[in-house]
Design a protein around this ligand. Structure first.
Ligand SMILES: [Mg+2]
Length: 298
């Protein structure tokens, strides 16, 4: 970028920008759903409707106590709790999440190259704290990202903590991030609201012109960056809204109906929001904006 000095801050989205969140969600959730139908005898469309109601009440699509709060599963499992009666389904969910969650090619090397060049790297995600920290640890990004800004965790039943719901009985020291600083953004503020992005810039002591924002969602990430005056880079390789499997997420997600409809309309007419710069195939295409070369993988 000849007309501007090298930006000193990269603000990156996480899900479907650094890793394929959707694929991991779809593989794990659809596997669990299939098992739940078989084990409980409840029809899939009944389960999908009741799951969406729980997700909407809890404000997340990654709700760890989900099966225990779906009325049809509670009835089918009685007198046991659904998580006990249908434990096999939760096993499928957890094991697939673990095996499918991984960084896109080139992400680790690109982030290392940027940091070597003195660029600070922070992340901003709408996903909740607990599962975002899990993905950061699982993909080895603890310490690679300088600061993580995420949504706080969703509500759990009184007295229950997210780690209480995990299988495997790991000690408390196995949770959280060791190096990356983690700040929570205010509850109920969603992209493309400019408020959080502005407060991240302020927190980092950066002007909009000194930062670059990369994300996969035209409706959320790109619209937000453009409105804030931060150079917007579209992670086009991470777009999933046109995949047929995306319908399952829309049917069970906590998103309001109008957001689902807006996203459907945008998927039909993606020219409605034109990004300034686009990474067509890989994350490392973002390096050219910083005039940084990709260091070879160690
Ligand atoms: Mg994303």
């Amino acid at each position: 970028m000849a007309d501007r000095p090298r930006p000193k801050l990269l603000i990156t989205d996480l899900d479907n920008t650094l890793w394929d969140w959707f694929d991991a969600w779809y593989q794990s959730f659809s596997g669990m759903l299939e098992e739940l139908c078989e084990l409980s005898g409840v029809e899939q469309d009944v389960l999908e409707r009741q799951i969406r109601a729980v997700h909407q009440a809890r404000g997340t699509t990654e709700y760890s106590n989900l099966v225990n709060e779906v009325p049809a599963l509670v009835a089918a499992a009685a007198p046991d709790a659904p998580a006990v009666a249908f434990n096999e389904a939760l096993h499928v969910l957890n094991s697939r999440r673990k095996s499918v969650t991984k960084l896109y090619p080139g992400v680790r090397e690109s982030l290392a190259s940027l940091k070597n060049a003195g660029v600070r790297v922070v992340a901003y995600t709408e996903s909740g704290a607990f599962w975002t920290e899990w993905r950061m640890r699982h993909t080895g990004l603890d310490g690679v990202i300088d600061v993580l800004y995420s949504a706080p965790d969703h509500d759990l039943p009184d007295g229950m903590r997210p780690e209480d719901l995990r299988t495997g009985h790991l000690p408390p020291s196995a949770y959280g991030l060791k190096v990356t600083k983690h700040h929570h953004v205010p509850r109920g503020v969603y992209k493309p609201s400019e408020d959080v992005l502005r407060s991240i810039l302020e927190d980092q002591g950066c002007q909009p012109s000194e930062a670059v924002y990369v994300g996969d969602s035209l409706m959320k990430d790109i619209a937000m960056a453009r409105a804030t005056g931060v150079l917007d880079v579209h992670a086009a390789y991470g777009q999933v809204q046109k995949r047929p499997e995306y319908g399952l997420l829309q049917r069970v997600s906590n998103w309001p109906d109008e957001d689902v409809e807006r996203e459907r309309a945008l998927a039909r007419d993606s020219a409605a929001i034109i990004p300034t710069i686009s990474c067509a195939e890989r994350f490392d295409e973002v390096l050219s904006v910083f005039d940084v070369a990709l260091a070879s993988a160690q």
